[in-house]
Design a protein around this ligand. Sequence first.
Ligand SMILES: Cc1cc2nc3c(=O)[nH]c(=O)nc-3n(C[C@H](O)[C@H](O)[C@H](O)COP(=O)(O)OP(=O)(O)OC[C@H]3O[C@@H](n4cnc5c(N)ncnc54)[C@H](O)[C@@H]3O)c2cc1C
Length: 162
Amino acid sequence: MIQLLPDEAICRVSLSSEAAPRRDFELVESADSLPRLEGAAVVVSGGRGMDGTEGFELLARIASSLGAALGGSLPTVDAGWVPVARQIGQSGKFVASRLYFAVGISGTPQHLAGVSPATRIVALNKDPEAAIFDVAEVGVVGDWREILPLLAQRLESGPSAD
Ligand SMILES: Cc1cc2nc3c(=O)[nH]c(=O)nc-3n(C[C@H](O)[C@H](O)[C@H](O)COP(=O)(O)OP(=O)(O)OC[C@H]3O[C@@H](n4cnc5c(N)ncnc54)[C@H](O)[C@@H]3O)c2cc1C
């Protein structure tokens, strides 16, 4: 409730305790149980194309299976999907991992400034023209909604005979 008091440039704000808890906080907590970006051998990273915390929960599962760190682009940090300590790029962290799995990341210079040129990039993006494919060693054109659940399940089921 916002109540304007007469003749005063002050407003009184009452906060209701009935608001639903935000799922973002769950992700921030689970992301923080994963390895730090600094010194990580493998980084699993998401961009604006993840479209919310649901996709990042899948990325966190994949990162956990691989013992990898979780990262994100600037827009994902701005949106509250990823903790700021996990932002990669010009105004975030620099990673020099052996492998960088970039999902839903377009590959802007500001983002790639945070990834070592020696790092091998595997990119998943639904746009075949995305700039990330210019620097990726392996590129997969597709929708993460179709691919990541299968990948997470496969990694969690462990090595199989086939
Ligand atoms: C001074 C300055 C500093 C900056 N510093 C940083 C920084 O440190 N780090 C940083 O990241 N950015 C930084 N930026 C912002 C940068 O310019 C870009 O805006 C940002 O990198 C874009 O992030 P993105 O790739 O996640 O989003 P977008 O460019 O919006 O790309 C989203 C991608 O997701 C793909 N996609 C969408 N849906 C799906 C789907 N279902 N499945 C698969 N793919 C999908 C799209 O095809 C697209 O390629 C900075 C900008 C400035 C001006």
